[in-house]
Design a protein around this ligand. Structure first.
Ligand code: FE2
Length: 336
């Protein structure tokens, strides 16, 4: 590539560093090539304009702590056009056609799932399976105008809420499967319940959800309305089964009776709602939040094990067995 005398030139010359987070956008189609800097002398071509982004690989780079990717200087205008519109803007823009919104939604779903699987070290086979289920009900919801409106609200309320919804859907299905008490239909319902559990948050100001300071009692009161608000949102939607409504309404009840909205005790709480509640807590712990960094999977399980009364003990055991085993298998460490 370089002539004599140019050998000492840095390989990254002619390239511009761009934030890897900017690729968490609306489409996997890129009209430019993307590079990864391995060292000062070595820059590797990682995504091509011919094949587009590979979300799984992108997620692995993020997970490994890569901050920047590189584009050729002459491709900067194309890169800027790519990042010009955030997913949130696309969903909230009344002039963007519905099919563009749907394509964006599906891409975000794929990207979020890839990140999730890399982060939680989910085995390939399990990942492929749940991925299929989530993709199916995203598709199913897209077919009905009313449910599409609901899902678009979920995704327009900021990156975190949609990511969290997918995470809870998937972890709920994992836990439900491990419990051995669900057939395929019920497993999928549990997943859908997990997916929609926080739908009520879409009616609560974002600032409140992402607040970095402690909330006032009045603000907590508003936050705590979200199960009921969520229930109201999906009432009268025939595509959403009754079981899902129970999950949405009861996912903050706690076996100790200290949960909300009704302070129900252990035996009365709907079992799939207990599953969603645990998946919710686990997903929140392993996510980076404005007020704290993400916990590792091991730390998250440890915290859940010490929170007596908040979650069903047997379910916590299932979760611990599942994720700690995966860590052991994934890293080659022996089980304790
Ligand atoms: Fe919630």
């Amino acid at each position: 590539m370089s002539e004599n005398g140019e050998n000492t030139r840095k390989a990254s010359e002619g390239f511009t560093a761009v934030d890897i987070q900017s690729f968490r956008t609306a489409t996997r189609d890129i009209s430019f090539d993307v590079y990864l800097k391995l060292s000062d002398d070595n820059i590797a071509h990682v995504f091509s304009r011919m094949t587009g982004l590979d979300y799984k690989r992108l997620a692995q780079y993020v997970f490994k702590g890569v901050q920047d990717l590189y584009v050729r200087n002459e491709d900067l205008p194309a890169y800027k056009a790519f990042t010009a519109k955030t997913a949130e803007q696309i969903f909230n823009d009344p002039d963007t056609p519905q099919d563009k919104k749907i394509a964006t939604l599906l891409n975000m779903t794929e990207q979020n799932m890839s990140e999730l699987f890399v982060q939680a070290n989910v085995p390939e086979e399990l990942a492929v399976n749940t991925q299929k289920v989530v993709r199916n009900y995203v598709n199913l919801m897209i077919e009905k105008p009313k449910t599409l409106a609901i899902i678009l609200k979920l995704v327009s309320h900021g990156d975190y809420l949609y990511y969290h919804s997918i995470a809870v859907a998937i972890f709920s299905m994992f836990i439900a499967k491990a419990s051995g008490q669900f057939n395929q239909r019920l497993l999928e319902i549990v997943g859908l319940g997990g997916f929609l559990h926080d739908i009520g948050y879409t009616q609560i100001p974002k600032e409140l959800l992402n607040s970095t300071s402690s909330l006032t009692p009045q603000q907590w009161k508003i936050i705590r309305t979200h199960p009921k608000v969520g229930l109201r949102m999906i009432e009268g939607t025939p595509a959403i089964p009754d079981e899902v409504r129970y999950i949405v309404y009861q996912h903050h009840e706690e076996p100790s009776g200290n949960g909300y909205p009704n302070g129900l005790h252990g035996a009365i709480i709907y079992y799939p709602a207990k599953i969603a509640s645990l998946a919710d807590a686990f997903s929140a712990l392993i996510s980076k939040r404005p007020f704290r960094p993400a916990y590792s999977v091991e730390q998250a399980v440890g915290i859940l094990q010490t929170e007596a009364g908040k979650h069903d003990r047997e379910l916590v055991k299932l979760l611990a067995a599942m994720f700690l085993r995966q860590i052991d298998t994934g890293s080659g460490r022996k089980a304790a």
